[in-house]
Design a protein around this ligand. Structure first.
Ligand code: FES
Ligand SMILES: [Fe+2]
Length: 355
């Protein structure tokens, strides 16, 4: 039985990673190759030739088709073997390979590994800040994390780790305990979405907001709302403003966090972060990227990897009976939804197999 949901969207790549050079990426334990047709449409195929299992990603594009670099079988965008050079160039039906359903939106290539008939773009979160260049400047990156993808979700849906793991997000003169005491949280489930609302009042902005955007060191309102969509797409509404201001008059830093399993114990972690202030300042691009890289790459990632090491070869945290804290409400809710969806998918597969 698969440990991964199939009838859902995963981020497969940033759009600008996929071009006329095939790229290899393993997703849900499946080796895939991505490239673009001559008209720009992205293609995803199994990255394993049906003959001697050579990766097609090290083959060659011929028009819209890909030719295996080992003995020259050729495949079209649907995975059909269109030419076998060892039999007068005739197509070889038995050599067909799998193709995968993908489409582009918000600067990502999205993958639906399950039944393409069920692939519904409206199930994606609405990352509005990734489609409005007039209001937002976007920075993005991808991490390769040696940890189960749900450990990244746990990290994002429980931001009480921030004052301990991310000293750079500290407020001047405020202890982690004061920070937590000034924060109210609310966790709600809506279908297969978890809303994890956090509001902080009466404390100054964090040091980075003061340093980079010239915010005064005065009490403000900060929101860090996470909206999680199964299995691992997070729409993060993050910002600080002063009493009486609209959100956009303050600092808004909305983010997309999209975590895609590679294997049970590794994942691809895509993030895109947008800002509304000082959009044309390149120094701010660099400074903000430094803030994100320090937090994500040098603090979250090593912690998640260390946790995975302590878990051993399993990606299933629940099987290890972790102690739960009150602050685990949102991650626990997300894990429960994944469990329910997996059970439903597996029951469906069992019925189909029995028919
Ligand atoms: S391995 Fe691809 S043609 Fe032989
Ligand atoms: Fe973090």
């Amino acid at each position: 039985m698969s440990v991964f949901l199939k009838n859902c969207w995963y981020a497969a790549a940033f759009s600008d990673e996929v071009g006329r050079e095939p790229i290899a990426r393993t997703i849900l334990d499946i080796p895939m190759v991505f490239y673009r047709k001559e008209d720009g449409t992205p293609v995803a195929l199994l990255d394993r030739c049906s003959h001697r299992f050579a990766p097609l990603s090290i083959g060659t594009l011929v028009g819209d088709e890909i030719q295996c670099g080992y003995h020259g079988l050729r495949f079209d965008c649907s995975g059909k073997c269109t030419a076998n050079p060892h039999n007068d160039g005739k197509a070889l039906k038995a050599a067909d390979i799998d193709s995968f359903h993908i489409f582009e939106r918000y600067g990502f290539v999205w993958l639906w590994p399950g039944d393409p008939e069920l692939a519904d773009p409206s199930l994606l979160p609405h990352f509005h800040f990734l489609e409005d260049d007039d209001t937002w400047k976007v920075l993005k990156g991808v991490l390769y994390v040696k940890g189960n993808y749900q450990l990244v979700t746990d990290n994002l849906l429980d931001l009480t780790h921030a004052p301990y793991l991310h000293p750079g997000f500290k407020m001047p003169g405020v202890t982690p305990e004061q920070q937590l005491a000034a924060t109210t949280t609310k966790t709600e489930r809506d279908g297969n979405t978890v809303h994890y609302h956090r509001m902080r009042n009466g404390l100054p902005p964090n040091q980075a907001t003061i340093d980079l955007f010239g915010f005064p060191n005065e009490p403000c309102q900060t929101r860090t709302h996470m909206h999680w969509h199964a299995p691992a797409l997070i729409n993060f509404d993050n910002g600080s403003k002063f009493e009486g201001q609209d959100d956009l008059e303050g600092f808004c830093f909305p983010q997309a966090h999209c975590i895609t399993p590679e294997t049970e114990t590794t994942c691809h972690y895509f993030f895109a972060a947008a800002r509304n202030l000082l959009r044309d300042e390149e120094e701010i691009d660099h400074a903000l990227m430094d803030v994100l890289n320090i937090a994500f790459r040098t603090q979250d990632e090593p912690m998640i990897e260390a946790v995975q090491q302590r878990m051993g070869n399993t990606g299933d945290l629940d099987s290890l009976n972790p102690v739960l804290l009150k602050t685990d409400a949102a991650p626990v809710m997300a894990r429960r939804i994944i469990r329910e969806l997996l059970d439903a998918e597996q029951a469906e597969e069992t019925v189909i197999a029995a028919e």
